[in-house]
Design a protein around this ligand. Structure first.
Ligand SMILES: [Zn+2]
Length: 379
């Protein structure tokens, strides 16, 4: 059976503080490394470490040595993404800079005790132990491996972001599949024979918070910024809560239908989701779409389901049976003039996604008007 590693990031708020000197020293070390990487064109972590470790170790003797390793890693990745942006003409600065209050940790630099709800972090001259205040902690993390982490200093305190991972065994993907069609305020999911349609209520939440923010902006106050970010946080948590519940419904449905694969839309064509209330949702909408897909994906994989992405172009306008262009036939209904199919547009979208998937895996012939598949169908 195929194996796959599922990764999840959890964010814990820390009760207490990390010495400012750790952040400033780390920033200094990282800036030196970044300058060097940029000047010499070094993109390899190994090379950067070999050429700079001893020098920095001697210069910052009280800094635990593994911070130099993680700074080398960060410097390489920052430089590489800077170079990519530069090539595309998107970086204004001449050289990459690091100003963030972020420190990367490896397993020598921190430990996490989820029983006692505390963490221990290496600092200059020893370790600090801090209680965790709250976080996105779930039971599922207990059986997962702890990987890299980041220490983040933000306006309201210190956070520890930890990547958890678990290797899972996925089912053979030959069985039945269900597909998920995500829209702004509803999602449809199911098999060829049976499709469920659920209102998400996301739009109501977004509208509420949009109006709250607008009210705040119209009467500027001293703590306006703080309130706006508080509302943003709340809005996000409420929406994420909806996403988790939706994802659970989808996984339950997959189990009930004895499916082995969940089919999702590839994120290339966002027109469908952003068209309606651009002003209201803007970028968050795209964020939401991807976020929901991510939640569905990891939840599915944790129970052994496969997740496949298919090209979603035309899935709400073409006939899932013959490929003809569909025409509207009343509220939310579409009709095919060639084969006579008449169906709810969300059901059509789900069936089309399933058909794309079948074509992708070679278990169905391509219908004449299907757009070309990514990776090439065998049909
Ligand atoms: Zn048709």
């Amino acid at each position: 059976m195929p194996l796959e590693t599922v990764k999840l990031t959890a964010s814990f708020k820390l009760n207490g503080s990390i010495p400012e000197s750790l952040f400033s020293t780390y920033r200094e070390v990282l800036s030196r490394l970044l300058d060097y990487a940029w000047a010499k064109g070094v993109t390899s972590f190994k090379r950067l470490k070999t050429e700079k470790y001893h020098e920095l170790r001697a210069k910052y003797p009280s800094l635990p040595s593994h911070y130099i390793y993680t700074a080398c890693q960060m410097a390489c990745s920052i430089y590489k993404s800077f170079r990519k942006l530069k090539k595309r003409g998107l970086a204004k600065a001449e050289k990459p800079l690091f100003k963030k209050q972020v420190i990367m940790l490896d397993d020598h630099l921190f430990s996490l005790d989820l029983k006692d709800w505390e963490t221990s972090i290496a600092v200059q001259g020893g370790r600090v132990k801090l209680k965790l205040l709250h976080g996105t902690y779930h039971e599922k993390f207990k059986e997962m491996k702890i990987g890299q982490a980041w220490l983040v200093k933000s306006e309201d305190g210190f956070y520890l972001k930890v990547v958890f991972s678990k290797t899972v065994e996925l089912m053979e993907s030959k069985g039945r599949a269900i597909a998920v069609d995500i829209n702004e305020n509803n999602i449809a999911f199911g098999s060829m024979e049976h499709v469920r349609n659920t209102e998400t209520g996301e739009r109501a939440i977004r509208t509420t918070y949009f109006l709250k923010r607008r009210r705040l902006q119209s009467k500027p106050r001293l703590n306006e910024k703080h309130l706006i970010s508080k509302y943003k946080g709340r809005e996000r948590r409420r929406v994420e809560d909806i996403y988790h519940k939706l994802a659970n419904h989808i996984i339950d449905e997959a189990k009930e239908l004895k499916a082995s694969t969940i089919v999702l839309e590839e994120l290339t064509n966002m027109r469908k989701r952003t068209r309606r209330s651009k002003e209201l949702n803007g970028r968050l909408n795209r964020w939401g779409f991807r976020k929901l897909q991510n939640i569905i994906e990891y939840k599915a994989k944790l129970v052994g389901l496969n997740v496949k992405y298919v090209n979603a172009k035309g899935t709400s306008t073409l006939c899932p049976i013959c490929g003809e262009k569909l025409s509207p036939n009343g509220y939310r209904r579409l009709r095919c003039s060639r084969c006579g199919l008449e169906e709810d547009r969300d059901i059509i979208a789900v069936r089309n996604l399933l058909r794309r998937y079948q074509i992708d895996v070679g278990s169905s012939p391509v219908h004449p008007k299907s757009p070309p598949m990514k990776g090439g169908g065998k049909g």
